[in-house]
Structures are given as structure tokens and as C-alpha cells.
Design a protein around this ligand. Structure first.
Ligand code: ITT
Length: 207
């Protein structure tokens, strides 16, 4: 990929994680903030992570005239039939900034799981990635997942979103992993490495 890839996210934590994986793989990344224009966020109207990732990649590629990578991700809880899923960012629907929204989402999820024991609290993060051109063509896509169970209280200060609630096999939460370890094990890290492979091999297995 000759010119820097536009990382089409308003979430600074995603941007940091994406840069940390793609940079060492030789893919230079540029943020929305570095553009000379401010692009409004699109409405995420699609029913799946994949389709919303493509919607966002196309939107930002068209508005910027640049090749854009978008990430649509969230937490799927089995006993809640996959909720909050594609609505993860706006699950509780309150909070005036990202930190407040994340805290409210975590509290709502804990309340939804009250009285449910740990065997039934299985869940996973899902990440869908899509790269699109300004003409709407999708160049590459990838998906990754990260399994755990939902804990009974938030733990850990790294990461963002639901990281303090996803308890991994080794007993730590995703928010207790160092950023590099999260990327080695996470949904986003896996999807980014798969995406980089398909860019390298010139493959587009999307759609
Ligand atoms: P953009 O659409 O601008 O990329 P966003 O944060 O609104 O930013 P999404 O619509 O994809 O992105 O929502 C993702 C939400 O899912 C995010 O806000 C978290 O609540 C949750 N999430 C996704 N990946 C996560 C991760 O690695 N750790 C914790 N929570 C995560």
C-alpha cells in the first residue's frame, strides 16, 4: 500500500491499536484528525459488523478521496442472544463523552447479567475490518474474535469499552493486558494480521 492508509475511526483507542499492529507490518497509517477537512460520522445503519465496517470505509474514502480502513466491532454475549453486538458503543444510550458512555454500558451489561452464573456468561469481542477506495470498491476485509466470560465487576485500567469486563482464560480481564499483549490475542489484532496478509497476497475475499 504506497500512500498512508486513512484509519477511518473517531475512536482514539482503536486508532492506537491499529497503528501498533500495521506500522511494524510496513503499512503506514494516517488519522482522520490529520486531514484538512472534518468529516461527519456516518449513521451505522447496517445489521452486521461486516456491513457497517464497509459502510464506514466507503463513507470516509468517498469524503476524503483516500483509501480508507474502517473497523466495526463490539461485544456479543451468548445468554443475551448476541447483544449488545452492533449496538455496543451506544448500548446504554447515555454519557456525554466516551469514558462516561463506556462506564454506563458496562453498568448496563452487569445489570442485564445479574443472577447469571459464570458458566452462562460466555461472550466474545468481534471485529470486522474493511478497506475501501473512493469509488466504493472494497479492497480487503477481515474478521477476528476474542473469547472470554463476562466478570461480575470491572477490573483493569488498560484498553477501553468493555475491556474491564471480559475475563480471559488466564483469569485476567482484557483491561489487565498490556497493550501489546492485547493486540497479540485480540479480535482486532487477529483481524488486522489477516487483513495485512490479504493485502500482501493481493487477495480480496470479501462479499
Ligand atoms: P468508530 O465507529 O468511529 O470506529 P466507535 O467506538 O463508535 O468508533 P463502533 O461503532 O465499532 O466504534 O463500536 C465499537 C464499540 O464496541 C466500542 O465503543 C466498545 O464499546 C466496544 N468494543 C469494540 N472493540 C473493543 C475492544 O477492543 N475492547 C473493548 N470494547 C470494545
Amino acid at each position: 500500500m504506497p500512500t498512508p492508509l486513512l484509519i477511518a475511526t473517531s475512536n482514539p483507542h482503536k486508532l492506537e491499536e491499529i497503528r501498533a499492529v500495521l506500522g511494524p507490518l510496513g503499512i503506514a497509517c494516517e488519522s482522520l484528525e490529520s486531514l484538512s477537512i472534518a468529516i461527519p460520522e456516518p449513521e451505522e445503519t447496517e445489521p452486521t459488523f461486516e456491513a457497517n465496517a464497509l459502510l464506514k470505509a466507503r463513507w470516509y474514502a468517498r469524503k476524503s478521496g483516500r483509501t480508507a480502513l474502517a473497523d466495526d466491532s463490539g461485544l456479543a454475549v451468548d445468554v443475551l442472544h448476541g447483544a449488545p453486538g452492533i449496538f455496543s458503543a451506544r448500548y446504554a444510550g447515555v454519557g456525554s463523552n466516551r469514558e462516561e458512555r463506556d462506564a454506563a454500558n458496562n453498568q448496563k451489561l452487569l445489570r442485564a447479567l445479574e443472577g447469571i452464573d459464570s458458566q452462562k456468561r460466555t461472550a466474545r469481542f468481534v471485529c470486522a475490518l474493511s478497506i475501501a477506495e473512493p469509488d466504493g470498491r472494497e479492497l480487503a476485509c477481515a474478521r477476528g474474535t476474542f473469547d472470554g466470560i463476562i466478570g461480575f465487576a470491572p477490573r483493569g485500567t488498560n484498553g477501553f469499552g468493555y475491556d474491564p469486563l471480559l475475563v480471559l482464560e488466564d483469569g485476567r480481564t482484557s483491561a489487565e493486558l498490556a497493550p501489546s499483549e492485547k493486540n497479540e490475542r485480540s479480535h482486532r489484532g487477529a483481524a488486522l494480521r489477516a487483513l495485512a496478509r490479504s493485502i500482501r497476497d493481493g487477495l480480496c475475499a470479501c462479499g
